[in-house]
Design a protein around this ligand. Structure first.
Ligand SMILES: *[C@@H]1O[C@H](CO)[C@@H](O)[C@H](O)[C@H]1NC(C)=O
Ligand SMILES: *[C@@H]1O[C@H](CO)[C@@H](O)[C@H](O)[C@H]1NC(C)=O
Ligand SMILES: *[C@@H]1O[C@H](CO)[C@@H](O)[C@H](O)[C@H]1NC(C)=O
Length: 354
């Protein structure tokens, strides 16, 4: 039953997605260069990766602007000079700080985590269904907060015109800690992120991908807008079927389609999206950006060019797949999932998700 829901969503997604063509514009950020190693890249040590260079638009500027001020002017210029069906945005893609599910994957090892532990709500000392941030995760989000303030003070960076956040607890907490209490520049958008279903993590059978109810989320952050049509219960996670990366990319393209080409969109070019490792990887694929794995709590900006095309969309549905798992802790120190006594993996959920 849930499969048809998933397929329906996916089919709809294709219809909207293929009418916009996205590309990552390179030459502005270190993270776009093949020579930058994602595993050691520290966005706080590198001015968010912004390359120190001149821009064509510099000649229109006053003197003594910072690199971020000049870059912002360049992006504005791109938007002014491009036709109506082309739009430029800078997406600040932020991965949540470390959650209890990240700690547990490290603790149990990835094969055992995937084929057994991740299907439980937690162990006797930790809960990872819709995981919260660990102390480490909280401090990573506070690092992002301090860094944004430094960029505001020293670079006079243009802060996001729009904020979006995935509905999972770890991303809600991360966005909150990252942007609450900042001394924002005069005239900038206030921080009230839109909670958006389609920016959630890839939906696997893991309980950490099962979101809480709309009421729960609303109670946690009563003043944050929740997008229209957001269902009370999570209708996508069922603990049996997993979204494939193809289906996820269609979803990501749909989500991006709702971020670009809004009213006054060209004037609101800086956008923050607080999301997840798998979902950010999917967004980067849709943008044609190179693979760039973010560490927990990391943030990277990407300059994106979006162009509306006349191409008629064709609706296709990408099916999800059933993911088998063990019913008891698997045999340890193996690189793949091996259930104890060769018991066959099953597809019956072990837990509800919380
Ligand atoms: C950026 O490059 C210019 C020209 O090479 C140099 O003068 C300036 O000090 C550099 N700024 C930073 C922050 O590295
Ligand atoms: C439960 O998992 C956490 C990791 O999330 C780990 O630190 C802790 O030691 C585990 N507890 C037990 C009793 O194994
Ligand atoms: C949001 O962040 C503020 C400031 O860091 C903190 O005091 C508050 O507890 C957070 N709210 C929630 C619901 O996590």
């Amino acid at each position: 039953m849930k499969l048809s829901l998933g397929s329906a969503l996916v089919g709809l997604a294709v219809a909207q997605a293929s009418t916009v063509k996205y590309s990552a514009v390179t030459g502005y950020f270190l993270q776009d260069e093949d020579s930058t190693d994602a595993s050691t890249f520290d966005y706080t040590a590198e001015n968010f990766g912004l390359i120190n260079r001149t821009y064509p638009a510099d000649k229109h500027n006053k003197k003594h602007l910072t690199q971020w001020e000049r870059f912002y002017h360049q992006v504005s210029r791109f938007n002014e000079e491009s036709p109506k069906h082309v739009e430029y945005k800078v997406l600040f893609l932020g991965r949540h700080g470390e959650g209890w599910h990240n700690a547990a994957e490290t603790y149990y090892g990835t094969p055992a985590w995937n084929c057994y532990w991740a299907e439980l709500d937690g162990n006797s000392t930790a809960t990872w269904a819709d995981a919260s941030l660990t102390e480490n995760g909280i401090s990573q989000a506070l690092t992002a907060n301090a860094f944004w303030q430094k960029e505001i003070n020293e670079q006079r960076i243009h802060t996001p015109d729009h904020y979006y956040v995935s509905p999972l607890t770890r991303t809600l907490q991360t966005a909150n800690l990252t942007f609450t209490g900042l001394d924002l520049p005069k005239g900038s958008a206030i921080f009230k992120p839109t909670i958006k279903e389609l920016f959630r993590e890839g939906i696997s059978i893991h309980t950490c991908d099962h979101r809480r109810s709309r009421s729960y989320i609303h109670e946690m952050f009563p003043s944050w807008p929740i997008e229209k049509g957001f269902s009370e219960e999570d209708e996508l996670w069922n603990g049996v079927l997993a979204e494939t990366s193809g289906a996820q990319d269609i979803r990501s393209a749909t989500a991006l389609g709702q971020v670009f080409f809004g009213s006054s969109s060209k004037k609101e070019s800086f956008v923050s999206i607080t999301s997840h490792s798998g979902e950010i990887s999917s967004i980067l694929r849709v943008l044609g950006h190179r693979t760039f794995k973010l560490n927990t709590g990391a943030v990277i900006p990407v300059l994106v060019r979006a162009e509306k095309t006349d191409k008629k969309a064709t609706a296709t549905s990408v099916p999800w797949t059933a993911e088998p798992h063990c019913t008891e802790p698997p045999v340890s120190s193996v690189s793949a999932c091996v259930c104890p006594s060769s018991a066959a993996p099953v597809t019956t959920p072990l837990a509800t998700g919380f």
